[in-house]
Design a protein around this ligand. Sequence first.
Ligand code: AHM
Ligand code: MG
Length: 332
Amino acid sequence: MTAFKTLGQFIIEKQADFPYAKGEFSRLLRDIGIAAKIVNREVNKAGLADILGSAGKVNIQGEGQQKLDVYADEQFIAALRSGGECCVVASEEHEDPICIQSEVSKNAKYVVCIDPLDGSSNIDVNVSVGTVFSIYRRTSAGGEATLADILQKGALQVAAGYIIYGSSTMLVYTTGRGVNGFTLDPSIGEFCLSHPDITIPAKGRIYSVNEGNYRKFPDGVKKYIKYCEEEDMDTGRPYTARYIGSLVADIHRNLLLGGVFLYPNSSSHANGKLRLMYEANPVAFIVEQAGGKASDGVRRILDLEPTELHQRTALYCGSTDMVERIETYLQG
Ligand code: AHM
Ligand code: MG
């Protein structure tokens, strides 16, 4: 029999690194893993089931919401609710935080911020989508959690991860001690360790940006795109342009191959498009833990002080040398 390690085994092994851990955090991760499998089952059936298409609702950012977004949101919240380790959830799909009121959960230690199904406009055309999540320790001592428990800067994350529902389904996460990736083996229904200690190459050759917005970008970004397109033998340019339009998929590819992802602020999106709390922060934590860098062009993403649950930020992240060059261009 081939030796393999499941996510559950890996989590238990890692818990042994913390002799005083009571297993609450491990259970929380396990709950997220279970919900991911349920969502994966539905995403895989999306082309067949009647679940495709708009649910006729509009989420709080004014964007069309599809049925699978709603389904994924319900599954993750249900798993966190029944697991009992999370006192409050902030989700892209809800304007306000969802406090988990049960006697057990309301005193639970952890806060979860989640985009349950990111890039959902891609589902109709069978392109990869993802879940992105971030875990914090609550700041209040107990009782019903508040917004203040959630609005912590990214540097205080206890863990972050994403699930990519792609040609295979993978769960990638960090607890601040490197990044590990697990691939779902559908035949046994388990996430198995397939990508231990992921590190992003320091020098990349892929740039990922929606160039359709080129005219609206800051001059520094325009200059960087021109740099990527120029011919230069020494640096291997022109670089390769790859953009899926599904954050998790774009980040995952660049993490493995080396590259940079850009979602700049622009004349139509003054603060960029992506959300700090459940898109930029978790991705930034993972990319940094893999040895890369994540910035809003001036500041480290993980140092941004959040003021609102759904606030947006520009995001430049990936291979260190590429992010640093963008920062230099943006800062003139
Ligand atoms: P969503 O949260 O509404 O799904 O939007 C987020 C998605 C990201 O996955 C992706 O990086 C970005 O929007 C793409 O935006 P654009 O289509 O403007 O390039
Ligand atoms: Mg999203």
